[in-house]
Design a binder for this molecule. Sequence first.
Ligand code: GSH
Length: 214
Amino acid sequence: MMKLYNFHASSTSYRTRIVLNLKGLEYEYISIRLDRGEHLGFSYGEINPMRGVPTLEVDGVRLYQSPAIIEYLEELYPDPPLLPQDALGRAQVRALASIVGSDMHPVNNLRIRNFVRDTYKQDADGVAAWIGLWNQAGFSAIETMLRADKYRKGFCYSDAPTIADAYLVAHAFSAVRFKTDMSPYTEINAVIANCNALKPFADAHPSKQPDAGG
Ligand SMILES: N[C@@H](CCC(=O)N[C@@H](CS)C(=O)NCC(=O)O)C(=O)O
């Protein structure tokens, strides 16, 4: 069985769990407690050289970086498809996912938040302002793109979840946790509600994971 080294509240873990669930894949949940710095210890450094979660282990081989892991799962388990059949559609879905994965998450990652706090002497409000700045930029762009797509029916693309929905739902959870105001993003909120009504999304929620709380 595959092993997923992950943490309940990590959005990159959450997006990967959503994709695993949408594909109906079972995996062993291995908790790496970011809140206790477990990813910084020697043993996790041996598992993942970047010391980030998730890591997916398949037949003893370790895969890193959630975008690469998600594309690997899509290639190996194409049913249900989480990317559109046509190249233009795939570019659209990957663009939405990349706004989250490349523009929003990296600047708000734990190590960056800690750097902002420690080096620039920011309190919780200052760090939240940093996070909110980049979340607002990304969510505004996504909201604009969703509104412009006249062919959408309830999800980020067309009428079924794609990888873009997995990225969006997971990042929005983190954004709310860090007090980003989501009220301006009505299309995004509607997509999130539709996704969360589906069992694969609900089961991937941080609150449902074995290492939640504590
Ligand atoms: N680009 C990587 C990022 C992985 C990553 O950094 N994940 C976060 C949790 S969401 C983490 O482990 N952060 C630890 C840190 O910043 O020290 C991916 O998508 O897998």
